[in-house]
Design a protein around this ligand. Structure first.
Ligand SMILES: *[C@@H]1O[C@H](CO)[C@@H](O)[C@H](O)[C@H]1NC(C)=O
Ligand SMILES: *[C@@H]1O[C@H](CO)[C@@H](O)[C@H](O)[C@H]1NC(C)=O
Ligand SMILES: *[C@@H]1O[C@H](CO)[C@@H](O)[C@H](O)[C@H]1NC(C)=O
Ligand SMILES: *[C@@H]1O[C@H](CO)[C@@H](O)[C@H](O)[C@H]1NC(C)=O
Length: 369
């Protein structure tokens, strides 16, 4: 069981965001001393996508565009992989910046000056062409390097011809890199092996490093990079890979060898961020520890307001301890509704509920308010 003496996730995430607090002190103070950032640029996959996959031809009409996605907050599907809002939605509210426009939904400089969300559901960190060399097929042909090119398109639209203007825009922006790499590891695990997934870690971290380097070169000053979530706590993985008693972490019930991949990823990510901080003094590069927050919630769900089945999907059905079956994936014909998403961590076996997203975001930003 988890020891009570360890700091709860909120505290851990606040410590992790000390860099963001420092950047706040730098920027022009607003009411209550809070930063007045003007916009957020977001990158990632379905955990961060607020509408791109719903527009991108290869994924348009996918599960997130059908009820009951959006049942809790929007009252209808919004293209988000949840019953409501995502971390990026809560983050924008807390920073008091507009909701970023999904890249594929915007056209004009005015759309993108409010911030841009480049995240796409199904996106990988690595390019599909590279994954193929490892025997891995991805489903959605968008990687972090595509999202970086899109960011550069937006820069051009926002008058990057004037270096001074570009620096001003970049300095007043928060760069939020949501969790990225989960799809790369999923595809490796589901069609290959743990060893292949582990072999991807340095490449995934290299892809994140390239994206961060492009943001920094453009003038980004405040960057928040989310770590890898505990892969072995995902109901989908738990249902797909039943194991013996020794395969599960006793404190959480998660698959230990899958969580070790996430831990390797997070260690390498933190080392890489440390290198970038040394190379680029004066930039704030924070690590958001989603791994710790999720594992704490899974180990002690009722402590954080969740119900007693933290490893079960809410929407979809399938029964058993994880309530997951691909045949009845959330929103598919015959899938079961979710009675009370506010008590569940996992919405559909892969993605978090709005309640979990709110918990994770508040934990990250607690120290700023
Ligand atoms: C930008 O954000 C402001 C403030 O939220 C909003 O009033 C405006 O409509 C937004 N513009 C666009 C183009 O989305
Ligand atoms: C993504 O990047 C690849 C490799 O550079 C490119 O071939 C592809 O056209 C890009 N896709 C989109 C939608 O921009
Ligand atoms: C870009 O520059 C043009 C010409 O200087 C100006 O009219 C336009 O408002 C600028 N756009 C933005 C988004 O600043
Ligand atoms: C998933 O559901 C289908 C249809 O109800 C059923 O045939 C199948 O056995 C289920 N799979 C598992 C692993 O329970």
């Amino acid at each position: 069981m988890a020891k009570v003496s360890r700091p709860p996730p909120a505290v851990a995430l606040v410590l992790v965001l000390v860099g963001l607090v420092a950047a706040v002190a730098d920027a022009a103070p607003g009411p209550r001393g809070l930063t007045r950032y003007t916009r957020v640029f977001a990158f990632g996959n379905s955990l961060t996508d607020t509408g791109n996959a719903a527009i991108f031809p290869a994924t348009a009409g996918g599960p997130f565009t059908r009820p009951p996605y959006g049942q809790t907050y929007f009252g209808q599907p919004s293209g988000r992989a949840s019953d409501g809002r995502l971390i990026i939605d809560f983050l924008a509210d807390e920073l008091r910046v507009p909701q970023p426009t999904p890249y594929l939904a915007g056209r004009t400089a005015a759309d993108f000056l409010n911030g841009t969300n480049f995240a796409v559901g199904g996106a990988t960190a690595l390019d599909p062409a590279f994954l193929v060399t490892k025997g891995i097929m991805s489903f959605v042909p968008i990687s972090l390097s595509n999202q970086t090119s899109w960011f550069q398109n937006v820069l051009r639209l926002l008058n990057s011809s004037s270096v001074y203007e570009q620096r001003k825009v970049m300095a007043s922006s928060v760069f939020y890199v949501g969790e990225i790499g989960l799809n790369d590891y999923f595809f490796a695990l589901n069609s290959n092996s743990v060893d292949v997934a582990v072999s991807l870690v340095p490449h995934v971290i290299g892809a994140i490093r390239s994206a961060l380097t492009a943001m920094i070169a453009a003038g980004a000053r405040t960057v928040v990079v989310t770590g890898m979530l505990p892969i072995g706590c995902e109901p989908q993985q738990l249902a797909l890979f039943p194991g013996g008693p020794g395969d599960y972490d006793p404190a959480t019930g998660c698959i230990a060898r899958f969580n070790e991949i996430a831990e390797r990823h997070n260690l390498a990510l933190r080392v890489m961020l440390g290198e970038l901080r040394l190379a680029h003094p004066g930039r704030s590069l924070s690590y958001a520890d989603i791994y710790r927050a999720v594992t704490r919630a899974v180990a002690s769900p009722t402590l954080y307001g969740f119900g007693g089945m933290p490893l079960a999907a809410c929407c979809g059905g399938g029964g058993g301890p994880y309530n997951f079956n691909f045949t009845t994936f959330c929103s598919a014909p015959g899938s079961a509704a979710c009675a009370d998403p506010s008590k569940s961590i996992s919405w559909d076996g892969i993605h978090f509920t709005e309640a979990a997203n709110r918990f994770l975001t508040r934990a990250m930003l607690k120290g700023l308010l």
